[in-house]
Ligand binder design. Structure first.
Ligand code: ATP
Ligand code: MG
Length: 392
């Protein structure tokens, strides 16, 4: 591979992919696709290596924006910024001096590490470290091996030397889709976007289902829901969304009194399962926790999922509300989630039943004709994919 002196390269490392043995190649391809999709419109040249990716920056590349995007993408453990130079002692020292001079801060200490993958040159790592330490001291750095403010790594290959002292932490996790697809019941509240994020973190590609309280799906498309999906899709691929109206159910469930809410939950899960079947998804994901609201009891969870065969994943089951809020803020969904919205659950949440028996649930489902309601509602679905969901 030919490099130009002074070129900058982002080195992307994968982390957990190592654990995957036989499927390694598939995982790397997935990550590569997700990465290229996420960086659409950015300027860079992609070079795959055995255990990492090189993104060579070009004239006009927006380095900061590319780093910010990479730091969110699931499956990446870290990104280092490398300055490329000729593999000679003089070039390495000159580049190191330039880089160290750009480091800001009063108290400055440095550790220099050197590694050679090509050893036929007439200098070794000790020579490199000796020279670079000299320029570091001249630039006001104290050399140390503990508690340094700057950690410089120098890697010498046959074609070029790579110098780096900037490491951007990645999000970790697995590349989205490496665990298959899952249907996410997304409300627009605080919890379900966080649940979606945790599912994506473990490699699930989300297919979103949102049950809305409008006659016309266009009104739901103007809501915060597409905005939340857009934020989540910054972490990996997947933004296909089914918007399903609640009015067919509501015209029957009104008389269900305190059971109206659990009927709505059962309706949502059945809708999700049907969509999962159509989309080839292997699980349903919800933002439910235990005891967070009066209706989230073990009995109600059991009753509402009666008849559902797919696994229902509830990533937030062990979270306190303030922990969920903290994550929501850090992943960027919180501000959208707290915007006012005509939420279908809040319409009838007064004194809901808290200990619904499965037997009672079966009676309710039968008396309102839940299966038929689900099928009719599915026919009213508005499906939005990719770019369209991001428009607003
Ligand atoms: P959230 O903060 O996610 O809205 P919540 O604390 O309001 O959750 P519930 O109203 O009991 O709790 O909803 C529990 C879960 O049911 C949600 O996390 C979501 O997965 C699903 N859900 C609720 N409302 C909807 C909806 N309108 N469309 C799709 N899924 C929903
Ligand atoms: Mg809610």
């Amino acid at each position: 591979m030919k490099f130009t002196d002074g070129e900058k390269v982002l080195v992307v490392s994968f982390g957990e992919l190592w654990l995957r043995g036989r499927n390694r190649g598939d995982y790397i391809n997935l990550l590569r696709n997700n990465l290229n999709k996420q960086l659409e419109g950015e300027k860079y040249k992609f070079e795959p290596m055995y255990d990492r990716f090189l993104l060579r920056l070009q004239k006009g590349s927006d380095e900061e924006r590319i780093k910010a995007k990479l730091s969110k993408l699931f499956g990446i453990s870290n990104v280092t910024v490398s300055h490329v130079t000729k593999p000679t002692l003089a070039s390495i020292t000159r580049t190191a001096r330039k880089m160290l001079r750009q480091v800001k801060g009063e108290e400055r200490s440095v550790r220099i590490n050197s590694h050679r993958t090509y050893k036929e040159f007439d200098f070794d790592s000790r020579d490199i470290i000796g020279k670079v330490l000299k320029v570091a001291k001249a630039a006001g750095f104290t050399p140390t091996t503990h508690g340094f403010t700057t950690d410089m790594h120098i890697n010498v290959t046959k074609d070029a030397a790579f110098l780096t002292c900037e490491k951007v932490r990645g999000q970790g996790g697995l590349p989205v889709r490496s665990s298959g697809k899952g249907v996410v019941l997304l409300s627009g509240g605080i919890d379900s976007p966080v649940a979606a994020w945790y599912a994506m973190k473990r490699g699930i590609e989300p297919i979103y289902v949102h049950i809305h309280g409008y006659r016309d799906a266009e009104d739901a498309l103007q809501s915060k829901v597409p905005a939340l999906i857009k934020i989540l899709s910054g972490y990996g691929s997947g933004s296909k969304t089914y918007y399903i109206p609640a009015y067919v159910l509501q015209s029957y469930s009104m008389k269900a009194g305190k059971y109206e809410l659990i009927l709505l939950k059962a309706f949502m899960l059945r809708i999700a399962e049907k969509i999962a079947e159509k989309e080839g998804a292997g699980a349903i994901i919800t933002g439910e926790s235990l005891g967070q609201v009066a209706s989230q009891t073990m009995q109600n969870l059991s009753a509402s999922q009666d008849g559902i065969k797919l696994p229902i994943l509830r990533p937030l089951v062990g979270f306190d509300k303030d922990e969920i809020i903290r994550v929501a803020r850090s992943i960027g969904t919180y501000d959208e989630s707290i915007r006012p919205y005509k939420d279908v659950c809040s319409i009838n949440a007064k004194n809901p039943a808290t200990a619904t028996q499965v037997k009672k649930m079966k009676e309710l489902a039968k008396s309102v004709g839940l299966t038929g309601i689900v099928n009719r509602s599915l026919r009213l679905a508005k499906v939005v994919d990719g770019g369209a969901a991001a428009r607003r």
